[in-house]
Design a binder for this molecule. Structure first.
Ligand code: HXC
Length: 519
C-alpha cells in the first residue's frame, strides 16, 4: 500500500467510526428526539476544538457471537476540547452502538479521559445514554463500572464532574452520575433508577412507569438525586456551559473572574422596605438575591427541591460566589431534612472549589415533629452545621430577619468561622421567637390571671418585653457576634467589600485522613 492509499484508508476508517452504530440507528435516535453522542459533543465544545481519543478501540468479547458485532470506537465517544476557551474532558455514551451498553473497552476509554482530566486538572463531563452493563460481557462489564466509580471517587473535590442524563441510566450505572457533583436530566427522555418498572412490579407489586419511577421530575423534586431538569438536550448543553462558567477547572484554582458591568455601590431602596411589619408575613428571598448580585444573574441549583432553602451561583464584582439563602416564602424558610442535605452538599462543593459563600439568613428554626425526628433531622441538620464549620473559603453572612436557636448557629454564624457577619436592623437573633419564649418564661404569670383578656394582656406585655430585649441585631452586635448592622439597601456594596477584604484569606483545617461527616 502506498502512503497515499494508507492515508485514504485512515480517512475511511475515521468516517466509519464517526457513523457509530450506522445510519439506521442514527435515524432511530433522531426519531426519539435525541442527538447522537457525536452531535452532543459537537454542541458542547467550541467549534473545531474536539480532540478525539480511541476512535479505533473495539470490544474484545467473544461470548454470544459478539466477535461478529463490532463498531469502531465501541459505544462511547471520548476526548477533550474547549468550552468557552477552557479545557474540558468529555465522554458521551453512544446509544446507536449496542444501546450504549458498557463493555470492558468502553470503560477503559472512559477511564482514560477521567485520568487525563485528573492529570491536567480539568473538569470531566459525562453524557449518559446507555442500557447499562453490556450483558454479554458479564463480570468484565461490572469491573468496568467499578473502575469508573473508583475514578469518580478520587476525582471528587479535585476536578468538577458534571453528568448529563440524556437517555436511560439504569441499574448500578446510576452510581457514576451519583458520585459526580451535578446531574442534569432531560424531561421525558431520560430516567435513572436502580431497578426498572418490571422488577418493581415483581418484587413489590407496584405498577409504575419509567417516568414515575425515575424521570427528571421525580429526581429534581422528590428524591433530590438530580439538581437540574431541562426541557431538551439543547437546553441541557447550554446549562452545562453556564454552570461551568461559575466554576474553576480544579481545586487549586479560582473560578474565572468576569468583568463586572453592574456598579458595585449600586443601592436598592426597595431593600429598606422589603421586610413586612408583621413577623409572620413572608417576602420573596429571590428579590433580595436578584438585587444584591451582579446584574441579578443567579444560576439556581436544585431549584425545585426543598424550596425552603435556595442555593446557587452568582457573581459579585465579577467573582463567582455560592449563595445560600432561607426562603421565607416557602414553609416560612424553616430548615428540615431535605433543606439541610441540599444546602450542605452545596456548601461543601463551594468549599472544595474555592468559591466564597454568601449566606442570607431568615430562618425560624428546624421543623418540629415526629416525621422529621424519625427521619433523622438531627443527623441531617448536623450535615449543614458540619459543612459550614469545616468550610475554609471566605464566608460572608447577612441576617435579614429571623435567626433563632440551632438554626441561627447552623446558618454560618460567627462561631462556625463566619468571617464577616452582618445584620439588617430588622434582624432578630435570639434563642427563640417571642411567642415561644413568653410561654416558657412567663407561663406562671400568665396562668395566674383568671380573666382571659387579662391573660392576653400579660402575655402581650411579656412578649413585648422579650422582643425589645432580644429580637434585634444589637444584642448580638454588642458581643461582637455580628460585625456590623448595615442598611439593607447597601447590602450589595458591603458584601462585595467584605469579599474583597477576604480575597487573601488563608485557613487550614487540622491534618486528618478524612473527616467523618454525619452521613
Ligand atoms: C447488551 C443491550 C443492552 C445491554 C440494550 N442493548 N441494552 N445489549 N447489554 N445492557 C441493545 C439491545 O439489545 C438492542 O440491540 C440495542 O441495544 C437497542 O436497545 P433497544 O432495547 O432496542 O432500545 P430501546 O427500546 O430504546 O430500550 C432501551 C432500554 C432497553 C430500555 C435501555 O434496551 C433495556 O431495557 N436494556 C437492558 C437494560 C438493563 O437491564 N441493563 C442491565 C442493567 S444492570 P439490537 O441489536 O437488538 O438493536 C447493570 C449493572 C451495572 O447495568 C452494575 C454496575 C455496578
Amino acid at each position: 500500500m502506498s502512503q497515499l492509499e494508507k492515508v485514504k484508508e485512515l480517512i475511511e476508517l475515521r468516517a466509519k467510526a464517526r457513523l457509530g452504530g450506522g445510519e439506521k440507528r442514527i435515524e432511530a435516535q433522531h426519531a426519539k428526539g435525541k442527538y447522537t453522542a457525536r452531535e452532543r459533543v459537537a454542541l458542547l465544545l467550541d467549534e473545531g476544538s474536539f480532540e478525539e481519543f480511541d476512535m479505533f478501540v473495539e470490544h474484545r468479547c467473544t461470548n454470544f457471537g459478539q466477535e461478529k458485532i463490532k463498531f469502531l470506537g465501541d459505544g462511547v465517544v471520548t476526548g477533550c476540547g474547549t468550552m468557552d476557551g477552557r479545557l474540558v474532558y468529555v465522554f458521551a455514551q453512544d446509544f446507536t452502538v449496542i444501546g450504549g451498553s458498557l463493555s470492558e473497552t468502553m470503560a477503559m476509554k472512559i477511564c482514560k479521559v477521567m485520568d487525563m482530566a485528573m492529570k491536567v486538572g480539568a473538569p470531566c463531563i459525562g453524557i449518559n445514554d446507555s442500557g447499562g452493563a453490556r450483558i454479554q460481557e458479564g463480570v468484565n462489564a461490572l469491573a468496568g463500572y467499578s473502575e469508573i466509580f473508583q475514578r469518580n471517587i478520587l476525582a471528587s473535590g479535585v476536578i468538577p464532574q458534571i453528568s448529563a442524563i440524556f437517555g436511560p441510566c439504569a441499574g448500578g450505572a446510576v452510581y457514576s452520575p451519583a458520585l459526580t457533583d451535578f446531574i442534569l436530566m432531560t424531561e421525558g427522555s431520560s430516567y435513572m433508577f436502580l431497578t426498572g418498572p418490571k422488577v418493581v412490579k415483581t418484587v413489590t407489586g407496584e405498577d409504575v412507569t419509567q417516568e414515575e419511577l425515575g424521570g427528571a421530575g421525580v429526581h429534581t423534586t422528590k428524591s433530590g438525586v438530580a439538581q437540574f431538569s431541562v426541557a431538551n438536550e439543547d437546553e441541557g448543553i447550554e446549562l452545562i456551559k453556564k454552570l461551568y462558567s461559575f466554576l474553576p477547572s480544579n481545586n487549586r484554582e479560582e473560578a474565572p473572574r468576569k468583568e463586572c458591568t453592574d456598579p458595585i455601590a449600586r443601592m436598592d431602596d426597595l431593600l429598606n422596605d422589603i421586610i413586612p411589619d408583621n413577623p409572620n408575613k413572608a417576602y420573596d428571598m429571590y428579590d433580595v438575591i436578584g438585587s444584591v448580585v451582579d446584574n441579578g444573574e443567579f444560576l439556581e441549583v436544585h431549584a425545585n427541591y426543598a424550596k425552603n432553602i435556595i442555593v446557587g451561583f452568582s457573581r459579585m464584582n465579577g467573582q463567582s460566589v455560592g449563595i445560600v439563602a432561607n426562603q421565607p416564602k416557602y414553609m416560612a424558610g424553616v430548615l428540615d431534612i431535605n433543606a439541610s442535605r441540599k444546602a450542605a452538599r452545596f456548601v461543601r462543593f463551594c468549599d472544595a472549589f474555592n468559591i466564597p459563600l454568601v449566606t442570607l439568613v431568615d430562618v425560624p428554626g428546624f421543623l418540629p415533629g415526629t416525621g422529621q425526628e424519625y427521619g433523622g433531622v438531627i443527623t441531617h441538620g448536623a450535615k449543614l452545621l458540619y459543612a459550614y464549620g469545616e468550610a475554609t473559603v471566605p464566608k460572608v453572612t447577612v441576617t435579614l430577619r429571623k435567626s433563632y436557636g440551632g438554626s441561627h448557629i447552623v446558618m454560618s454564624c460567627k462561631q462556625l468561622r463566619g468571617d464577616i457577619n452582618y445584620a439588617w436592623p430588622t434582624a432578630e437573633i435570639a434563642v427563640m421567637g417571642a411567642d415561644g419564649a413568653a410561654e416558657v418564661l412567663y407561663a406562671k404569670e400568665i396562668k395566674a390571671e383568671t380573666d382571659p383578656a387579662k391573660q392576653a394582656e400579660v402575655a402581650a406585655a411579656k412578649k413585648d418585653e422579650y422582643n425589645k430585649l432580644f429580637c434585634n441585631p444589637y444584642n448580638a452586635a454588642r458581643y461582637g457576634y455580628i460585625d456590623d448592622v448595615i442598611e439593607p439597601r447597601n447590602t450589595r456594596f458591603r458584601v462585595i467589600r467584605a469579599l474583597e477584604q477576604l480575597r487573601t484569606k488563608q485557613q487550614v483545617n487540622p491534618a486528618k485522613k478524612h473527616d467523618n461527616l454525619p452521613l
